[in-house]
Design a protein around this ligand. Structure first.
Ligand SMILES: Cc1cc2nc3c(=O)[nH]c(=O)nc-3n(C[C@H](O)[C@H](O)[C@H](O)COP(=O)(O)OP(=O)(O)OC[C@H]3O[C@@H](n4cnc5c(N)ncnc54)[C@H](O)[C@@H]3O)c2cc1C
Length: 476
């Protein structure tokens, strides 16, 4: 349907109508409401309920002068579509390399997508597990790919410091708590990381863990020291500010609805203007750009949920006596972290179904109470969802063709460090012809087979969730 729309030559005067049709088709809500979105509704997706709920991140976002929508014609060496981390890191990487002629176009606001809604965990690695990465690539390549994300964690620290980004970074590591009595999974991962990736995760025995995380739910844990957590939307806003200061032209509320060849260059059509560019970077995550079929169809947008409690004051210490972020060892894990104003941010679940803020709150509150029964009557002030972009191979898709179109997508639920690595690789490729991005050539644009892919993903999730449930019951 959308391709049929694109095939017809659409003139500027009706672009608005097309845009609003596409919005309805995608189920995209008005940005001011900051609602969960579902760009391409799976056949069995629930109808999204309108809700005035906003995310905690929006409510505490750094104030900035909005970037004006693109009006009229513009010319650039590089046009980037998508104002999430992938687009922003690429833009900043280009600016830092002295490429001045860069334009970044965002359909809504900076950080509207996953980048402004996530858990804020900054750690190395990918959605694909370390064992699978090793099996697929072998020792040398797997380590090289992993190292890109370790360096990216460090680069994020430097960016926050260098650009003075007010995003509440807490550089206190991440705890991986074992939901199960059986410590084998922890031991195996600790050994694998040390032997093949040169990374040391410290063992935390149950008694020590319970001093830090006051829940009877967990057994032992591993501690990843080289990790941090931060306010993700403010980090995105800070990256945008740093890029803009170095000459990147940013336009919010600028939906790119068509990308086509115009002579040797590319023409990007927006509602009220157009950009002519030599090179184009598509960085649209799970919010599908709808510009290149081959690039969009490689993505499965998957929803995941977050909520934030009221400020807990002294009660926060009833559950957490650490500033580290925490997640657990199940496939469908909970993840949480303390916020500076003593709130608890809690996330979890993945689904092909989008849910209302109320439904997210209901589901996640049950999960929270299972781990911290002491917080039974706690009030939840914010709940929202966001879309991750997954590839079938669970690795990022980073690449480009000879025609000057580049892409960076499919970061899944593990995107903070990998998007930073991707931006650096693409900026180096475009600015200096660096071909390190080819390390990702083995993870191409394989079709995600929508809509059947949704069914497969949901079935696999339920299967893994069932296995975790069974194992929990078995252990008693
Ligand atoms: C709830 C949640 C929790 C998560 N937690 C973590 C975590 O703790 N740690 C971690 O490492 N990762 C986490 N992730 C994953 C991480 O947030 C993502 O991998 C990362 O933000 C992806 O960035 P992106 O730039 O690829 O996509 P996005 O941030 O989704 O950005 C894509 C942007 O493209 C724009 N766009 C799309 N089409 C167009 C168009 N045609 N024209 C103009 N603009 C367009 C969209 O509006 C959007 O702003 C989480 C994700 C979610 C949803």
């Amino acid at each position: 349907m959308r391709d049929a729309l694109r095939a017809a030559p659409i003139q500027a005067p009706i672009a608005h109508r097309v845009r609003s049709y596409r919005r309805r088709f995608r189920g995209v809500e008005e940005p001011a409401l900051c609602l969960p979105v579902c760009p391409v509704k799976p056949a069995f997706a629930t109808t999204m309920k309108q809700s005035p709920a906003t995310s905690y991140y929006r409510a505490t976002a750094t104030a900035y002068e909005p970037y004006a929508a693109l009006q009229g014609k513009a010319d650039a060496r590089v046009a980037i579509v998508g104002g999430g981390y992938a687009g922003l890191h690429t833009a900043l990487g280009l600016a830092e390399r002295g490429v001045r002629d860069v334009v970044l176009l965002e359909r809504e606001q900076i950080g509207f997508g996953a980048s402004g809604r996530n858990g804020g965990f900054v750690f190395a690695g990918y959605s694909l597990g370390e064992q699978s990465l090793l099996d697929q690539r072998g020792d040398v390549q797997a380590k090289a790919l992993f190292d890109l994300t370790t360096s990216a964690v460090e680069r994020i620290r430097r960016q926050v410091a260098r650009y003075d980004i007010p995003c509440d970074p807490v550089d206190e590591g991440v705890i991986w708590a074992n939901w199960f009595r059986d410590p084998a999974v922890l031991r195996q991962r600790q050994q694998l990381l040390a032997e093949h990736y040169g990374v040391q995760w410290e063992w935390i025995a149950q008694e020590q863990l319970r001093e830090r995380v006051r829940s009877e739910r967990y057994f032992d844990a591993l501690y990843e020291r080289n990790a941090l957590h931060l306010h993700p939307l403010n980090f995105a806003i800070g990256l945008a500010g740093a890029a803009a200061k170095q000459g990147v032209r940013i336009h919010e509320n600028t939906d790119v609805w068509q990308l086509r060849r115009d002579g040797l260059r590319w023409r990007l059509e927006t509602a009220q203007g157009a950009v002519m560019a030599d090179q184009v970077v598509l960085a649209c995550g799970g919010y599908l750009a709808g510009l290149r079929r081959r690039i969009d169809r490689a993505i499965l947008p998957i929803a995941t949920y977050v909520m934030v409690t009221e400020p807990l004051g002294e009660r926060l210490a009833e559950c957490l006596r650490t500033r580290s972020a925490v997640y657990d060892s199940r496939f469908a894990f909970d993840y949480y972290r303390p916020l500076p104003d003593t709130r608890l941010l809690w996330g979890g679940r993945i689904s092909v179904r989008n849910r209302s803020s109320q439904a997210v709150r209901h589901l996640l509150t049950k999960d929270l109470q299972r781990v911290f029964p002491a917080l039974k009557d706690v009030k939840v002030d914010y709940a929202w969802s966001g879309l991750m972009s997954y590839a079938r191979h669970q690795m990022p898709q980073i690449g480009g063709g000879d025609d000057g179109v580049w892409w960076a997508q499919a970061f899944g639920g593990h995107g903070l460090a990998p998007t930073c690595a991707a931006g650096d690789l693409l900026a180096a490729a475009i600015a200096n012809g660096d071909d390190r991005w080819k390390q990702f050539a083995g993870y191409g644009l394989v079709s995600a087979h929508r809509p059947a892919g949704y069914l497969a993903a949901q079935a696999s999730y339920w299967w893994q969730q069932g296995k975790d449930w069974f194992k929990t019951r078995l252990e008693g």
